[in-house]
Write a protein of this length. Structure first.
Ligand SMILES: NC(=O)c1ccc[n+]([C@@H]2O[C@H](COP(=O)([O-])OP(=O)(O)OC[C@H]3O[C@@H](n4cnc5c(N)ncnc54)[C@H](OP(=O)(O)O)[C@@H]3O)[C@@H](O)[C@H]2O)c1
Length: 175
């Protein structure tokens, strides 16, 4: 009897990026986009979510209904209710185990810049909300290389009632 082939999981980057590339300010979001928070929830619920320590602190608590995997090299950082990983490899291994247990087909990387930069070379897909504003900020999404990524689908939206700006949902796939 042969072993079953290793299970394949997609690694998906999920981010909201302003037109000037900004994704964060003062360890928080640089724009108020209520509709994007709803989209974030629907794209992550029931899946392992992988994030850096600073993003976890900006959220302030574990996201319910998801396995929160937080990377930090700080041995003293051990909040309750999350899986702590001391390296990206350890985080991906924990996320794969969790996706397997949950029957989830993907691992969702939710930031911030540091983690996006390290995982973009491994990613299969990126679900990006382009927010059509240019806020001040101190953290940026890594450049999306057009020789590596193509916009597979795009939809444009006016601001919702609690959004600061118009936005576009773009799914990027490997070229
Ligand atoms: N607009 C969006 O979609 C979006 C999404 C997420 C976050 N954000 C924003 O992005 C900002 C935070 O991003 P950031 O880049 O400053 O921080 P981050 O990526 O959230 O966290 C960085 C931290 O992760 C840990 N880390 C990184 N690589 C590691 C590795 N290979 N092994 C172990 N630990 C590792 C380190 O923690 P230690 O220092 O503890 O070792 C590092 O300081 C905030 O403003 C947040 O609001 C925006």
């Amino acid at each position: 009897m042969t072993d079953a082939p290793p299970r394949r999981f997609s690694i998906v980057l999920l981010a909201a990026i302003a037109d000037n590339g900004v994704i964060g300010r003062d360890n928080g979001l640089p724009f108020r986009q209520r509709s994007d928070l709803q989209r974030f929830k629907s794209l992550t619920m029931g899946k392992p979510v992988l994030m850096g320590r600073k993003t976890y602190l900006s959220i302030g608590k574990p996201l319910p209904g998801r396995t929160n995997i937080v990377v930090s090299r700080d041995a003293g950082f051990a909040p309750a209710g999350v899986v702590i990983a001391r390296s990206l490899d350890a985080a991906l291994a924990a996320a794969r185990d969790d996706a397997d247990k949950r029957g989830a087909g993907e691992i969702v990387v939710i930031g911030g810049t540091d983690i996006f930069a390290q995982t973009m070379p491994l990613a299969d897909r990126m679900e990006i909300t382009h927010v059509h504003a240019s806020p001040a900020g101190d953290t940026y999404f890594p450049p999306i290389d057009a020789t590596q990524w193509r916009a597979a689908t795009r939809s444009d939206h006016p601001p919702g009632p609690q959004d600061e700006a118009a936005f576009s949902y773009v799914t990027y796939e490997r070229v």
